[in-house]
Ligand binder design. Structure first.
Ligand code: BES
Ligand code: ZN
Length: 408
C-alpha cells in the first residue's frame, strides 16, 4: 500500500523532469540504498535495515548505477525485477519485510550462545568424499560447455536440458534410492529447470536443496555468439552430477535431497525464483539450500573458498567452517557479492537458509564469464572444483541424516 502511494507520487512529481524518451524503457529494480541516494535516484520503497531500495530506473540511471557498481567491484549493480511479475504482485512492502525478517533472524543467531558447531568425522562420509573424481568433473564440464549455448532466450532453450535428463535417468536407474526426475516448466521463461529428488526415508518432508544454474549467456558486444559457460556454470552443474553419482551408491538418506539445475539464472534468477516461491507457498520445510555457481577458477588461490555472506545464513556459513575443519581442509574466506548474484538469493528471499561457497573471493573471480572465452583452459582447476562436490556430499550425507536445523 505504502509503495503504491509512493509510486503514484513519483509519477506526478517526476514527469516534468524526466525526458520523454526515457520514460519508455524504465525498469523496476532493487539496488543498494546508498548507491541510489548517491546518484539522486528517487527511492520508492526502502528498507534502511538491509540497505536496499526499490526504484524505477531509466536507461540513463541504469548506466550510472552500473558504472558506480563496477567502480566498487560489483557485477550488475542492481537486480532487475521487471521480469518477475510474481514477485511484483506480492508487493514491494512484503518483499522488503521478509528481507528484514531474515536479517533479524541472522542477528538473533549471531548473539545466541549455540554457535559452536563441530562435525564428528564419519568414515562413511570420508569414504564417499574420496570417491569424487577429478576426471568425471572434467568430462561433465567439457560436455556441457560444448553445447553452442545453454541460453534461456535461444532458439532451443531446452536442448541441453533434455539431453542431460536422459543422461541422469541412466545414472538414476542404476541406483537403489527412490527418486523422481522432471523438467519443471516456468511462467517467466521458456527454459525448464531440471529436478532430481532423492526421497527421504524417515523424514521425507524435511528437504535439503542442492542447486546450481545450468544456463549460460554471452553478454559481450558483437563478436561470437557461443556461450560455453564452462566456469559459469557448467562447473557447479558438474559438481552436482558428481555428487548425485556418489549419493546413488549410499543408503537412502533420512531427509529428502532435492537437486536442481535451474533455468534462466542469467536472465534474473527466473527459474529459482519460481521454485522457491512455490516451495514457500506449499509451506515446504526446506532445512538448507546449497548454491554452486562458479567453482573452477581458483582466483584467490587453490583450495581457497569464498563464502558469500549476503543472502546466506550465518548458521550454514558456520556449518561450512565446521565441515571444512573435519573434512575439506581448505581455506574459507568470508566475502560478499553485494547483490543477489545467484539463485541462493531466490531461496533466501523466501526465508530459507542458504549457503554459497564460491570459487574465490568476489574480486578474485573469473573475468572471462559471460563471453565466448569461458571455456576449459589451463587455468581451470578441477582439483579445486572437487571441493564443491564434497560440500554437496557432506550436506546430503551429514545434514541429510540429522535432525539439525537453523536455530530460531
Ligand atoms: N555466476 C554469476 C554471479 C557471480 C559473478 C558471482 C561473478 C560472483 C562473481 C551469475 O551467473 C550471474 O551472472 N549473476 C548476475 C546477476 C543475476 C541477477 C542476473 C550478475 O552477477 O550480473
Ligand atoms: Zn553468470
Amino acid at each position: 500500500m505504502m509503495a503504491a502511494l509512493l509510486i503514484a507520487s513519483y509519477a506526478n512529481l517526476g514527469q516534468a523532469h524526466v525526458h520523454a524518451l526515457e520514460t519508455f524503457d524504465t525498469k523496476p529494480v532493487l539496488a543498494d540504498l546508498n548507491d541510489l541516494r548517491a546518484l539522486n535516484i528517487p527511492v520508492l520503497a526502502k528498507d534502511e535495515y538491509v540497505e536496499v531500495g526499490y526504484a524505477v530506473i531509466t536507461p540513463v540511471m541504469q548506466q550510472r548505477l552500473q558504472e558506480r557498481a563496477h567502480k566498487v567491484g560489483k557485477c550488475g549493480g542492481f537486480e532487475d525485477l521487471s521480469q518477475d511479475m510474481g514477485l511484483m504482485s506480492l508487493g514491494f512492502d512484503h518483499m522488503l519485510t521478509s528481507m528484514a525478517d531474515m536479517k533479524a533472524k541472522e542477528e538473533l543467531y549471531s548473539r545466541a550462545p549455540f554457535r559452536a558447531l563441530a562435525l564428528m568425522a564419519e568414515p562413511k562420509i570420508q569414504t564417499a568424499l574420496n570417491e569424487v573424481s577429478e576426471e568425471n568433473l572434467r568430462s561433465y564440464v567439457q560436455w556441457l560447455s560444448a553445447f553452442p549455448n545453454r541460453t534461456a532466450t535461444s532458439a532451443q532453450p531446452n536442448y541441453h536440458v533434455t539431453e542431460m535428463k536422459t543422461r541422469l535417468e541412466a545414472m538414476l536407474a542404476g541406483g537403489s534410492i527412490p527418486y523422481q526426475i522432471e523438467e519443471i516448466p516456468h511462467k517467466s521463461t521458456k527454459q525448464n529447470t531440471l529436478h532430481v529428488r532423492l526421497v527421504g526415508k524417515d523424514r521425507p518432508n524435511e528437504i535439503i536443496v542442492l542447486g546450481g544454474h545450468l544456463d549460460s549467456i554471452n553478454q559481450s558486444w558483437g563478436g561470437g555468439k557461443t556461450a560455453p559457460g564452462a566456469d559459469d556454470n557448467a562447473s557447479g552443474s558438474a559438481n552436482l552430477i558428481e555428487a548425485l553419482r556418489i549419493l546413488l551408491a549410499q543408503p537412502q538418506p533420512q531427509r529428502t535431497i532435492d537437486i536442481f539445475w535451474y533455468a534462466a539464472e542469467e536472465n534474473g534468477l527466473l527459474g529459482s525464483a519460481e521454485i522457491a516461491k512455490s516451495y514457500k507457498a506449499a509451506n515446504a520445510d526446506v532445512i538448507a539450500v546449497l548454491q554452486l555457481d562458479m567453482t573452477l577458477f581458483p582466483g584467490s588461490g587453490e583450495f581457497v573458498i569464498g563464502s558469500m555472506n549476503d543472502f546466506t545464513s550465518a548458521w550454514l556459513r558456520d556449518y561450512l567452517k565446521a565441515m571444512n575443519d573435519t573434512y575439506l581442509k581448505a581455506k574459507i574466506v568470508d566475502d560478499k557479492c553485494g547483490y543477489g548474484c545467484s539463485d541462493h538469493a531466490s531461496w533466501n528471499r523466501q526465508g530459507y537458509p542458504a549457503l554459497m561457497p564460491f570459487e574465490a573471493t568476489f574480486r578474485g573471480s573469473n573475468k572471462n564469464i559471460h563471453s565466448a572465452k569461458d571455456v576449459v583452459s589451463p587455468e581451470s582447476n578441477f582439483k579445486h572444483s572437487m571441493l564443491y562436490t564434497k560440500i554437496a556430499l557432506v550436506m546430503a550425507m551429514d545434514l541429510g541424516n540429522s535432525t539439525a536445523r537453523q536455530p530460531y
